[in-house]
Design a binder for this molecule. Structure first.
Ligand code: ADP
Length: 471
């Protein structure tokens, strides 16, 4: 059964059940009240007759009934030996007790009795007169028709049955309409999801006119956010494949060209060998980066937790990178403090290499790169500032994403050594050392990358590997 059908059935059953219980209670209470009224009337009549009853001088039981000759009240007074002493006019023809069973009772008793085609309420009272307290001198029976009770019960029953049926129908209808309205947007979600699947179009979003804060609104928002993320991932993946294809083709073409040249001249040309070696290095670096990121994405990269002298590491990288910078850009060292952090030396070195490598790569000839290391509060601050072209504002939120490359970097041919993984690797490493990486940049003036890392407090206890704390 559909969710809508189940909800309607549930609401209808609940309303129906409650109304049924309520109807039974109302029916019982009203019947009781009307019957009690009838019983009170009978008691009043009985008291009046009782007051008039007396034993005359001849020892006979005497009862006068003139005031009781009411059309709807029947009275019988029976003497000893079940002899009828007096009866009201309206039952003068009846020569048997109104309630034969009640005659046996030694206490006042109310009973429902059927006589001919009438239903009667009969009160039977044993007559025990003053001075004769130990002896029962007769039996008084007062009765009245139960028509009022029957009519009341009948009307009440009809009202309750019709009312309950109408209320159940109304509840069912209301439940059906409200669930239709509430679930209608879900149909939209299903349709859009199916269209997305069949048309393979992740750019579609689910429209929703209601409040974004209600349950369906939240579902639609969450679904749309998932779609945006998926679209972004697919876009990034597609772009990554194009980039990797391009990055792989270039060095392979160069290697093939140089091999062809050497075959032609039938000699190991030194220049060609150096070029081939460079391209193989580039390919090796790329495969290494890809493997590292694949491992990072799978969640577990072991990180050492040793004491690392960040200043020594920085000087080491600076010396290596000077070769790369040649005299194309000026590489200088600003302030440098002795800074100790806990972590994986090789990975931290990779962060500095990536940041410095980017700065050298993107800063045009004659530019300057300044590196500094200091302590601010309880943290190490490593700064790499360049006078390069800067990063456009629209690229800034994305540069730490995997495979993201600025528009200019992507269109460049041979000078771009990376392929959009360097910063995401650096970001991942810094985050997993409990640090943060920030960037400030202005177009035409240059960029500043700042790495914050927690300082080592005492010895780095956990020597060996530290667990990945993926963000
Ligand atoms: P890659 O350098 O391989 O393209 P990265 O992940 O290292 O990839 O950098 C991502 C992007 O950030 C680069 O493509 C480039 O657009 C931009 N970028 C990074 N560092 C700099 C910098 N120092 N100056 C200008 N742009 C930069």
């Amino acid at each position: 059964m559909s969710l809508r059908g189940r909800l309607t059935l549930l609401y209808t059953s609940i309303v129906g059940g409650i109304l049924l219980l309520l109807s039974v209670a109302v029916y019982y209470a009203v019947s009781q009240t009307v019957t009690h009224q009838l019983d009170d009337n009978l008691r009043l009549r009985a008291v009046t007759v009782y007051g008039d009853a007396h034993i005359d001088s001849s020892g006979k039981l005497n009862v006068a009934l003139p005031t009781l000759d009411l059309p709807d009240v029947f009275v019988q007074v029976w003497g000893r030996n079940n002899r009828l002493i007096v009866a009201s006019q309206n039952i003068s023809v009846l020569n048997r007790p109104l309630d034969a069973a009640g005659m046996q009772s030694s206490k006042p008793v109310w009973r429902d009795v059927a006589i001919v085609d009438a239903r009667l309420r009969v009160l039977t009272v044993p007559l025990v007169l003053d001075g004769h307290s130990d002896r029962q001198v007769g039996i008084l029976q007062v009765a009245t028709r139960m028509d009022v009770v029957n009519a009341t019960q009948q009307t009440l029953l009809e009202v309750l049955i019709i009312g309950t049926a109408v209320a159940i129908l109304a509840a069912g209808l209301a439940a059906w309409i409200s669930s239709l309205q509430a679930l209608h947007p879900l149909d939209n979600v299903t349709k859009t999801a199916l269209q997305i699947t069949s048309a393979d179009d992740l750019s579609r979003r689910i429209p929703y006119q209601g409040s974004p804060n209600d349950e369906v609104g939240q579902l639609v928002t969450a679904f749309n956010q998932t779609l945006s993320r998926l679209e972004n991932l697919f876009y990034t993946q597609r772009r990554f494949l194009a980039d990797v294809g391009h990055e792989l083709r270039t060095p392979l073409t160069v290697i093939k060209g140089n091999v062809g040249l050497m075959r032609k001249i039938k000699d190991f040309d030194e220049e060609s060998l150096v070029t081939i070696e460079d391209e193989v290095d580039r390919l090796t670096r790329m495969v290494g980066d890809l493997l590292l990121l694949a491992q990072a994405e799978s969640g577990k990269i072991p990180l050492a937790h040793d004491t690392v002298e960040l200043d020594t590491l920085l000087l080491e990288v600076l010396n290596q990178m000077r070769v790369l910078a040649h005299d194309r850009v000026q590489l200088s060292l600003g302030g440098i403090d002795q800074v100790l952090v806990c972590g994986d030396r090789d990975r931290l070195k990779q962060v500095v290499v990536n940041l410095l490598g980017n700065a050298i790569n993107y800063t045009p000839k004659g530019g300057e790169i300044m590196v500094a290391l200091g302590k601010v509060e309880e943290r190490a601050q490593l700064t790499v500032t360049d006078t390069g072209p800067g990063i456009p504002a629209e690229d800034l939120p994305h540069i730490f994403e995997r495979f993201y490359r600025g528009e200019k970097s992507r269109t460049r041919q041979r000078d771009g050594k990376g392929f959009g993984l360097g910063l995401s690797i650096a970001y991942w490493i810094v985050r997993n050392h409990g640090g943060r990486i920030e960037v400030k940049s202005s177009i035409g003036k240059g960029s500043t990358f700042v790495v914050w890392l927690p300082l080592a407090r005492g010895e780095c206890k956990e020597s060996g590997k530290m667990k990945d704390e993926t963000d």
